[in-house]
Design a binder for this molecule. Structure first.
Ligand code: BGC
Length: 403
């Protein structure tokens, strides 16, 4: 059985500035890499110079949209200094997307901050929200006639978890109270930025679609002792990490759609206070990252999104695999889940593969390969992966085969 997608369906791929552009030397991540002796993003995929070629590749595949992000530290490299060269660059980037018929979906914050912002206490200081708002204003004012979809934040809970609870990302804290402060400030910043963006688009310009990209996992209780409590804690984690924030923003009318990033299932184990991911009994297929691949989870999560009464765009879904032959199955099975959810009445408006090209996977460096295109880092050439051909056929036909 085949499912026909709506004509306006967005078929895309996602990118983030720090992970692919290269040369983002004023970002807090660059200093973190140095401090911790991690692999450095350096010139990354040199996408900053090669963006035109990369966009052409996307267009040739038959995509009609791309999700990109702007690097805050490039646009505002020093406190209160807005770099006109960088805004001109991003303006050219958007022009190129539009010229190729690729609808721009732009993320304003994808994990990285300018170093000066972090030095002033970053997201822990409520007074710093104004810095994010003035950056938002500057960008949105400059590009309001060209960008129809804004994602204010990418995965705030992942950012907070890694940076303030686990301590494996900058600024490297392990403190529940500091994490809570950051959460409150980010949510406040999000709501204020949402209102700001809506205000900037005057009647001259069609109102933009505004949201955030929310990471969601399918949480299951681990079957080992104490199984009942493990299931209980999986429910708690699901509520905390998947739906609480969404319910809050949706009830306040501060999301035009749900941006959903889905990758995997997590098995949980009871421990105080929030439980933890269990590594003893992970069943099923794992990818190169060690993530438990569970395509049905996408279907189940999508169905639950109906309760919010908002359309959904899958802003990220993808995998890094040890073998090229595994990508196609991942793609097909997740698209089948999407197709089934559409049939079940979920209003899904787009699907973005993470990522268009291989890129810098944060603390894991360059070895995980998520791209529709492989990047040869020694000379920055790109090679299309086999499964990109399959994705291309599906995008062009605008149909998903459920069998
Ligand atoms: C993030 C990306 C990251 C990808 C794969 C997503 O959650 O937005 O930055 O590269 O996951 O780990």
């Amino acid at each position: 059985m085949e499912v026909k997608l709506p004509d306006s369906f967005l078929w895309g791929a996602s990118l983030s500035a720090y992970q692919c552009e290269g040369g983002n030397f004023d970002s807090d991540w660059r200093f973190w890499e140095e401090e911790k002796g991690l692999e450095k993003a350096g010139r990354a995929c040199n996408h900053y110079e090669l963006f035109r070629e990369d966009f052409h590749r996307a267009r040739k595949l038959g995509l009609n949209s791309l999700r990109i992000s702007f690097e805050w530290s490039r646009l505002v490299p020093e406190e209160n200094y807005f770099c006109s060269e960088s805004i001109n660059h991003y303006s050219e980037v958007i022009d190129e997307l539009l010229k190729l018929g690729l609808k721009p979906v732009v993320t304003l914050h994808h994990f990285t901050n300018p170093l000066w912002f972090t030095k002033k206490g970053g997201w822990e200081v409520s007074g710093n929200i104004d810095y994010f708002l003035s950056y938002t204003r500057y960008i949105v004012e400059s590009l309001k006639d060209k960008v129809p979809v804004w994602l204010i934040l990418n995965e705030p809970l992942v950012y907070i978890y890694k940076g303030f609870l686990e301590g494996s990302w900058p600024p490297g804290c392990k403190s529940l109270s500091r994490a809570k402060k950051v959460y409150n400030n980010m949510i406040r910043a999000y709501i204020l930025a949402f209102d700001e963006i809506k205000k900037i688009y005057s009647e001259e310009f069609q109102e933009p679609q505004v949201s955030l990209a929310k990471h969601m996992r399918y949480f299951s209780g681990c079957g080992c002792f104490p199984a009942f409590f493990n299931s209980f804690i999986a429910g708690v984690r699901d509520k905390l990490f998947n739906t609480d924030g969404l319910s809050y923003l949706a009830s306040k009318g501060k999301m035009d759609f749900i941006g959903l990033n889905y990758y995997c299932r997590e098995y949980d184990r009871f421990s105080f206070p929030l439980g933890r991911e269990c590594d003893c009994r992970q069943r099923g297929r794992k990818n190169y990252m060690g993530w438990n691949i569970y395509p049905q989870g996408l279907y189940k999560i999508l169905k639950r999104m109906k309760e919010f009464g908002l359309p959904v765009i899958i802003t990220e879904n993808g995998s890094a695999e040890a073998k090229n032959s595994f990508y196609a199955d991942f793609l097909l099975e997740h698209l089948r889940s999407l197709g089934r959810a559409l049939l079940a009445g979920v209003d899904i408006r787009g699907y973005f593969w993470w990522s268009l090209i291989d890129n810098f996977e944060w603390d894991k460096g360059f070895s995980p390969r998520f791209g529709l295109f492989e990047v040869v880092y020694s000379d920055f050439s790109r090679r299309r992966r086999d499964f990109a051909e399959l994705y291309s056929e599906i995008c062009k036909s605008n149909k998903i085969d459920l069998n």
